[in-house]
Design a binder for this molecule. Sequence first.
Ligand code: GLU
Length: 441
Amino acid sequence: MTTTRFAPSPTGYIHIGNLRTALMNYLIARKAEGTFILRIDDTDPERSKEEYVDGIKQDLEWLGLHWDRVERQSERLDRYAAAADELRDKARFYEAFETPTELDLKRKKQLNMGKPPVYDRAALALSDAEKETLRADRGNGVWRFKLDHERIEWHDGILGDISIDAASVSDPVLIRGDGQVLYTLASVVDDTEMGVTHVVRGSDHVTNTATQIQIIEALGGTVPSFAHHSLLTGPQGEALSKRLGTLALRDLREQGVQPMALLSLMARLGSSDPVELRAEMAELIDGFDIGRFGSAPTKFDVEDLFPLTARHLAGLPLEAVQDTLTDAGVPAEKAAQFWAVTRENITTLKDLAPWWVMMRDGAEPEIDAEDAEFVAEAMKLLPEAPFDDQTWASWTAEVKAATGRKGRGLFMPLRKALTGQAQGPDMSALMPLLQVVKARG
Ligand code: GLU
């Protein structure tokens, strides 16, 4: 059965960069009617925070990316210890004692000699007595996985055929000196034991994948299908700025971005399929194909989310926004009329409250100097509120007859005088909601 997982480390909130990872894994699982696991990678007790675990869940729920079960790495430490023992038994695990400074020095020397900075495996030559001395001196060493020096190959769901020379990669550290199990091992144990069949993650994990394939094989597990999506760049292809790269979903939500707008964009961006606003998650699931994504960096422009949000909102029925209208102070008996008038004229739901305030209290009129006389004359012809859906037509006809103005020159100054804006809803429909006209003077 198809099983995928989204495996965030709870050291921060979900941001735009890792949303793609979550979404792709979710879509693969749902399309195959498989299982989607939310795995909390919390082996680092210092940096992992419960508030982020909660935040990650809230963000996924907001988006409708429902998981089938939650797994926590911090509750599986005995499994990782067992795997470590197995690697020791199989002579694929060795203790190394170099300090970070020593490793750094080695790397610099290698680079100076034009060699790749790969760990030289000096620790493999240590005798038991030497290790004892080092341990007494420096405390426990780190545990490194001994890679087989052969080519590691896989067919990547996005990148195609990959072949990496294991000799060009350092033997990965899987357990730190203080005993903390690192992600590289924990993730492999989980993927194997939880039957994960597909792993989609960012292309910054490609080297990890190479070493993890060997670890999975050493532990007798089945290698899942891997796919590595490209990293996001800014709209011009520039590296995503710190600000944008870590743009949290909760900030987007705060700015009024709608889930379906965000999902519609992120489920297709970087693929050969066009980005189209979808009304339902089911449509995104149906049309999803990881094979259509390219390896080139994916341009992301946060501004694209707003037109999609506007279009999504314009298509919503009254029930979907009723609570927002109530919060904005729109009286229940005017809600339907208000929504019909405003739905095409908002970018986010935050724009609703200002429209209502404008209708209730009147807008600050916007009157160009050359129109001042004309507007003053027109205002004398405007009947008293309440207006109805005929008011605009009959009033502007009267104004036209009285002033000789027509077309844009007639309508635009009146719209600006009444609403304070050059753009907005159809005036015939808006007039019945307008309770105060400040331009009346
Ligand atoms: N916790 C890892 C990360 O956030 C998971 C990577 C993976 O998907 O294996 O980078």
